[in-house]
Write a protein that binds this ligand. Structure first.
Ligand code: SF4
Length: 476
């Protein structure tokens, strides 16, 4: 997928003016936030499970080579072939080689973020292999000229029912429908023959289980099961960090993933795919491949951003982020939006190509509070901001202002004196108009916000007065 993260500010302006998007974003709270809150309330041991999940993810990441080799051994023993890809180009090359080896002309795809990262659909099309997205959201996006997803678990979150209805009527040549069930049925009717005629199924993988060499798929539509059991060939593409040691660890993570993602205690379909189809079995792929992808992940292991690799792609951080709730996913300009995307995109694509993303956060720590694997997202964003300053990627004026601020903040007496004086001068300057934005101070900030002029006494003055009053009261 072409990265557009360097245009974050311009894209934000467009998204703020998009009334359909703004209407849809308002549904984030009822659709995800409320349901998650309800689901975790019903699980008293939710916090303890979060801690256990963090420990499982850290155990794997601290010894990733070991667990990857254990997975490879088990998967191979059960008839699958494990391949390794350094980057997205290598993913595309390996998939095309597999397609050529097994004479595959049509591919049905279940949702895979790594195939988005790699631009796999374009590579398949260029090689004459037809890719068909079968996740309902991804299918809609593919019909709409391969539009990019805007949410990691609800890819068409930005679209209204009316837009989908109009798209289906135009692309399917059917009468316009407004009922969601009827729309879903229409998509199913279109997709069923595709499943039955496909040569290859491509899936992502929510987890890879080292103990059994299995890939776990967690979906609500059942398309993942069709993609991985009907065609002759199944290719699962996942990041190397998706390993969990045992089935029991998988069960622990599954207590958190659906609850954090959609507020369900369990998703509709949880599939564990292990090895190729046996002689006595009536379904399953004859040929099974795993493509385990680095694409920037290995560099993070044992480094200051390793915690980010704990991510289980639940989407809770973006659902609770005031920035995401305001601008939507497309503004972020790459595969991963929201707080997790603001960390992952600079790490995978380069800080200079995602210059504004570490700053696209209010640091309210909602993301850190809801993350089921306890990733300290605000801390990681702050580290990226520090790097931007160190690498001189932010404008000179901003770097000087921060340096000056740090110098003053490290001298409490000077800070107190300046803060008190500064507040008073600003008040005097703003005068009757009462807003310093009218004075043109920090125009990037104040052009769209009313910045209230300082009112009354400073905090320090009030605190000193209260302390004095308290002392007087004690003497009487
Ligand atoms: S960072 Fe945490 S909350 Fe966000 S998607 Fe990943 S696991 Fe979920």
């Amino acid at each position: 997928m072409q990265i557009q993260s360097m245009h974050f500010k311009a894209r934000v302006t467009d998204k703020l003016a998009d009334s359909v998007l703004q209407d849809n974003l308002r549904k984030t709270k009822s659709k995800f936030v409320g349901k998650r809150a309800q689901a975790i309330q019903e699980l008293p041991e939710f916090e303890a499970t979060r801690e256990a999940a963090r420990a499982i993810r850290d155990r794997v990441l601290n010894d990733l080579d070991h667990w990857l080799l254990a997975f490879e051994q088990e998967a191979s023993r059960r008839g699958a072939t494990v391949l390794w890809a350094r980057d997205g180009d290598e993913v595309c090359r390996l998939v095309l080689e597999i397609a050529a080896r097994h004479d595959c002309r049509k591919v049905v795809k279940s949702k895979s973020m790594l195939s988005e990262e790699s631009g796999l659909n374009q590579a398949l099309e260029a090689a004459g292999v037809v890719p068909v997205e079968t996740d309902l959201g991804e299918y809609i996006l593919q019909l709409n000229d391969n539009e990019a997803p805007s949410h990691i678990i609800a890819p068409v979150f930005h679209k209204s029912k009316e837009e989908v209805s109009e798209l289906f009527a135009r692309r399917h040549g059917t009468p316009r429908k407004t009922d969601i069930t009827a729309l879903a049925r229409e998509a199913r009717e279109q997709l069923r023959p595709q499943f039955l005629s496909a040569d290859m199924g491509i899936s992502g993988g929510n987890f890879l289980i080292a103990e059994t060499g299995s890939v776990a798929l967690v979906t609500n539509e059942g398309n993942g099961r069709m993609c991985t059991t009907v065609p002759r060939v199944h290719v699962a593409i996942t990041g190397v960090e998706k390993i969990v040691p045992t089935l029991e660890d998988f069960a622990t993570l599954m207590r958190l993933l659906p609850r954090s993602a959609t507020g369900q205690s369990i998703s509709n379909y949880v599939s564990l795919l292990t090895g190729t189809r046996g002689e006595q079995e009536s379904d399953g792929a004859r040929h099974m491949y795993f493509i385990l992808v680095d694409a920037g992940r290995v560099d993070l292991v044992h480094g200051e951003f390793q915690e980010m690799l704990r991510c289980i792609r639940c989407g809770a951080c973006m659902n609770h982020c005031p920035v995401y709730q305001t601008v939507g996913g497309h503004a972020y300009g790459w595969v991963y939006p929201g707080p997790m995307g603001s960390v992952l995109t600079p790490l995978f694509q380069g800080l200079e190509r995602a210059i504004d993303l570490p700053n696209a956060a209010t640091m309210c720590n909602q993301c850190g509070v809801v993350c089921p694997v306890k990733i300290p997202l605000p801390d990681l964003l702050r580290k990226l901001r520090t790097k931007q300053i160190e690498l001189k990627l932010r404008p000179w004026s901003e770097r000087m202002a921060i340096r000056l601020w740090a110098w003053v903040a490290a001298r409490p007496a000077l800070y107190a004196w300046l803060a008190a004086r500064g507040a008073r001068y600003l008040k005097w300057l703003a005068g009757e108009r009462a807003y310093i934005d009218m004075l043109g101070i920090a125009p990037g900030w104040t052009s769209t916000r009313a910045f209230p002029a300082p009112q009354g006494k400073t905090f320090r003055e009030l605190h000193a007065e209260q302390a004095k009053a308290a002392t007087r009261g004690a003497h009487h």
